[in-house]
Design a binder for this molecule. Structure first.
Ligand code: PLP
Length: 403
């Protein structure tokens, strides 16, 4: 086997398809978000970030930075071990309590990331439940898919956000059999939102437990930022709520929240929890400060929604094909991988606007898009600049208009 040639050929195929990933080499500037420095070809320039998942700018919030600095000075850099072997710091315990309170659950459990939380919780629960069958939304995130596959449980896919299709599929199984329904609240590429109450009604009718990924909703929906389940007053109906500390919370880490017994099972049997070092105490302290702030500040959520609504309206006014998002996510359809990359490059080069092209396998082929994430820190002037930049690039490249 010629290994090096094999690797080069695989990469060559990606490049021919126009979906080879090039990372923007950024230096975030604490206190200046959404501005950042971008390194390219030995040069550095200031750009405006329009595709960050630091949705609320909490990654630079003084309350978060102060808590992290203080914790770093007091506790040092790393946790020093797995949670079981010397790694549980008091900050982890406080953060788990805070997360349980956020979601109104008995308990919560921390992981190194949201990806690991999904992977570990789903693989553990679906493996331990005897003869479990899993019903997974067609647009579920990779981390949920990997967890389900890894559990080796039987898997059925239901049509995206379609409670009737879910009911049809559940009806084919005996009532006594263990069942888990896995879905998200806000879908991050389209910006649509699941009918959580309807899906819970169906799950209840067939005796299934529910697993809800609120990664793109925690901090941003609900009066205290507890997610869409809080907004829709259905949090107590969901068996497992999963979230991240890396997006609106602005730090890093993931978690699940639910009953004490469910969390204890994942704590006791989940490899991705047991065999991995605990989060650094300073990270836990930053996330704790961020969650506490977000609970008490609904105005940041109002401003966020206003910015997203304004951006969608401004894009529609100039005839851009905005996909029908009902959330803070603003996707514009390009429909071609090569053109999508060209549009992204032209926005950066000509206008200092950074928005990453979104291609297969993140979205389906033919639905390549630019995905904008306006934050409370994007000003009216930033929006004006962006709209003018898009008008220029759309004309220059002859991209498609709204239908
Ligand atoms: C980003 C993401 C995750 C993973 O969370 P991380 O904390 O970034 O690992 C899980 N689910 C969904 C839907 C996501 O978009």
């Amino acid at each position: 086997m010629e290994y090096e040639r094999f690797f080069a050929e695989r990469i060559g195929a990606l490049k021919r398809e126009g979906r080879y990933r090039v990372f923007a080499d950024l230096e975030r500037q604490a206190g200046r978000f959404p501005r950042a420095l971008c390194h390219r070809d030995g040069e550095v320039r200031e750009i405006t970030v329009w595709c960050s998942n630091d949705y609320l700018g909490m990654g630079q919030h003084p309350a978060v930075l102060d808590a992290m600095r203080a914790a770093l000075g007091r506790y040092g850099a790393g946790a020093g071990g797995t949670r079981n072997i010397s790694g549980t710091n008091h900050g982890h315990v406080l953060l788990e309590r805070e997360l349980a309170d956020w979601h109104g659950t008995e308990a919560a459990l921390l992981f190194g990331s949201g990806w690991i939380a999904n992977m570990t919780a789903l693989s553990t629960l679906c493996r331990l439940l005897p003869d479990c069958v899993v019903f997974s939304d067609a647009k579920n995130h990779n981390s949920m898919i990997e967890g389900i596959v890894h559990s080796k449980a039987e898997k059925r896919i239901f049509a995206h956000n379609d409670a009737d299709d879910l009911a049809r599929q559940l009806a084919a199984y005996p009532r006594e059999r263990a069942k888990l329904v896995a879905f998200e609240s806000v879908y991050s590429m389209d910006g649509d939102i699941a009918p959580i109450a309807r899906l819970c009604d169906v799950a209840d009718a067939y005796g299934a437990m529910t697993f809800l990924d609120e990664v793109h909703a925690v901090g941003m929906y609900g009066s205290r930022g507890g997610g869409v389940a809080e907004r829709d007053a259905v949090a107590e109906r969901v068996t497992v709520i999963q979230g991240t500390l890396a997006k609106a919370v602005g730090v890093v880490g993931g978690y699940i929240a639910g009953s004490a017994a469910m969390c204890d099972v994942v704590r006791s049997f989940g490899s991705g929890f047991i065999f991995s070092t605990a989060l650094p105490p300073a990270v836990a302290a930053g996330a704790l400060a961020s969650v506490r702030f977000l609970k008490q500040h609904p105005e940041i959520r109002e401003r966020h929604q206003e910015r997203a609504a304004t951006l969608k309206r401004r894009f529609r006014e100039i005839g851009l094909p905005v996909l029908p998002s009902v959330s803070h996510i603003v996707p514009i359809l390009v429909g071609d991988a090569v053109l999508c990359k060209h549009a992204s490059d032209a926005l950066m080069e000509r206008h200092g606007v950074y928005v990453q092209p979104i291609n297969y396998p993140t979205v389906e082929r033919g639905s390549e898009r630019l995905r904008f994430t306006p934050t409370p820190l994007h000003s009216d002037a930033d929006i004006d600049h962006l709209v003018a930049a898009l008008r220029d690039v759309w004309t220059q490249l002859g991209l498609r208009a709204a239908a």
